[in-house]
Design a protein around this ligand. Structure first.
Ligand code: FAD
Length: 491
């Protein structure tokens, strides 16, 4: 039993580090958790849009939602408005809900497709409650068949909030810079960390949450990286915080430009903005010019350039080290999936927590599940670029013409030829595939024959009833801002 895992050391106090510390110290009470962070280095300071799965993480930690909203200045998020992605001047909405009603044989898209052909269907998003509510700037937590939502929050405040939870559950925080990672000469495991001030921190299991530095997983263990920049060539971002100029909308804006896209994340107290771009097609200066010309409100920070490389670690768990967060790799924030992947890694670790020592089968299972998750999200992100109709710049021409992973090529072909989409391996995105494919202008060539069992009049009534029902549900809701004010005021 001398392989028991008792001391967990978390390297890094960004979103990844504090999420891990809060969850592990609260829920696995047999271990001691130490978190090391360097104020001198700081955190990446972005990562403010989430997806609905975060709610499960909050529930796991028994977080009081109103308190969380107050302390992180959070707003609600019902999806993402994609502007200029299909073509300049056109937009579509990716909502967090299910679109329309399916039957056992065919998804709603088949009914919608025939309706569209007959001229009796409107925009695909008109049949999704979340999209209808978002576009009307409405929000509420409905008791039955409620709105599926996520949050936008201030990343720094979220870290502080989680730190409080972690420290309440005896996480020990050490401030200082790690200058050396000491390996066990007999098996190559990480044994301890030496800090610049001479402190030595020993542990049994190490979580590398050191961000892009990947201090342990790469710096010490040389695990290797799989580069995906040939599919996702963006390699840079510039972030800028501005004052709010109006009420926050309950969605993220993603606005494509000639060599990437711009984000706008509305919080209660400010707006998070940024551009993501590919340095092969636009310089940092030009990208900054574009950002500054397209934000409103007083600047609260200086524009900050962040360079990144898209890809994934060859192994996310290597020896006695698990990479969580940016140290594990990076997929650009187009669908706000990084924090979800952090949460997945933490929950996965807790499910197979190696109390009595690390087993190869656990490590292999962890790595395999992680790869499956990330590859499916990667394909979903590539989809947005591949299925553009834009031809106005070399960047978009490159995206349209690039070869995509076989897994995505198959999905695209299946959808275009037959309108079918199948959810695989319990993957994260489901209805979203349809919403984005149709939103980007990919319309299936045919629909499932079961749709023809309905007369055209029946189909018209079917489509109209769904649309009317969504609109009626939304009509009586408060505005997003009214709901936040009321909700946060509740003690
Ligand atoms: P960091 O925040 O970089 O933290 C690293 C920590 O390690 C810091 O505390 C640092 O001090 C510490 N550290 C490093 N080296 C040492 C050392 N030698 N000694 C001691 N401490 C050390 N994700 C989303 O889900 N939604 C989004 O909208 C989103 N937007 C993004 C936009 C951009 C431009 C980028 C680049 C990322 C975005 N992400 C987003 C990803 C998200 O920001 C990260 O997944 C998240 O912030 C986690 O970061 P981290 O904790 O891994 O790293």
């Amino acid at each position: 039993m001398n392989n028991q895992i008792k001391r967990v050391v978390i390297v890094g106090g960004g979103t990844a580090g504090w999420m891990a510390a809060a969850a592990l110290s609260k829920l696995i009470t047999s271990i001691e958790v130490t978190l090391i962070e360097s104020d001198e280095i700081g955190t990446v300071g972005v990562g403010e849009a989430t997806i609905p799965t975060l709610i499960y993480f909050s529930q796991l930690l028994k977080i009081d939602e109103a308190e969380f909203l107050r302390e992180t200045q959070a707003t609600f998020k019902l999806g993402i408005n994609f502007e200029n992605w299909r073509n300049e001047g056109e937009d579509y909405f990716h909502g967090f809900g299910i679109t329309g009603q399916s039957c056992w044989a065919a998804g709603f898209q088949h009914f919608w497709r025939k309706g569209r052909e007959l001229g009796i269907a409107s925009d695909f998003s008109d049949y999704c409650l979340e999209s209808v509510a978002a576009k009307a700037n409405k929000f509420a937590q409905l008791p039955n068949n409620g709105l599926n939502y996520a949050y936008h929050f201030d990343a720094t405040l979220y870290g502080k909030y989680l730190r409080k939870i972690a420290e309440q559950h005896k996480t020990k925080r050490v401030e200082g810079m790690i200058s050396k990672v000491n390996l066990n000469p007999s098996n190559g495991d990480i044994q301890s960390l030496t800090l610049k001030d001479g402190q030595l921190i020993e542990g049994d299991l190490f979580l590398d949450c050191s961000g892009q530095r990947a201090l342990l997983i790469e710096g010490a263990l040389h695990t290797g990286f799989i580069d995906w920049s040939h599919w996702l060539p963006n390699d840079s971002a510039i972030a800028l915080q501005t004052e709010s100029v109006g009420e926050p909308v309950p969605y993220t804006r993603s606005i494509a430009h000639k060599a990437g896209w711009q984000w706008q994340i509305p919080l209660q107290h400010r707006v998070g903005n940024g551009v993501v771009y590919c340095s092969q097609y636009i310089t940092d200066d030009k990208a900054q010019e574009h950002l500054l010309a397209n934000v409103e409100g007083e600047h609260l920070t200086q524009p900050r350039v962040i360079k990144f490389k898209t890809g994934t670690r060859r192994k996310h768990w290597n020896k006695n080290c698990i990479a969580v967060g940016l140290s594990s790799g990076f997929l650009e924030p187009l669908e706000s999936t990084s924090i979800h992947l952090i949460q997945q890694a933490i929950v996965r670790l807790m499910r197979i927590f190696p109390v009595n020592g690390i087993q190869k089968c656990d490590v292999d299972e962890f790595n395999q599940q992680t790869d499956t998750d990330i590859e499916s999200i990667r394909d979903f992100i590539i989809l947005h670029y591949k299925v553009t109709q834009r031809t106005d710049s070399d960047y978009w021409l490159h995206c349209r013409n690039m070869t995509v992973p076989d897994s995505l090529a198959h999905r695209l072909e299946l959808f275009e030829e037959t309108g079918r989409v199948f959810r695989k391996n319990n993957e994260l995105f489901d209805d979203s595939w349809m919403q984005v494919m149709i939103g980007q202008g990919l319309i299936p060539k045919s629909h499932h024959p079961i749709v023809d069992n309905m007369s055209n009049d029946e189909l018209k009534r079917f489509l109209q009833t769904i649309k009317d029902t969504e609109q009626q549900k939304v009509a009586g809701l408060p505005t997003h801002q009214q709901f936040i004010q009321h909700f946060c005021a509740t003690p």
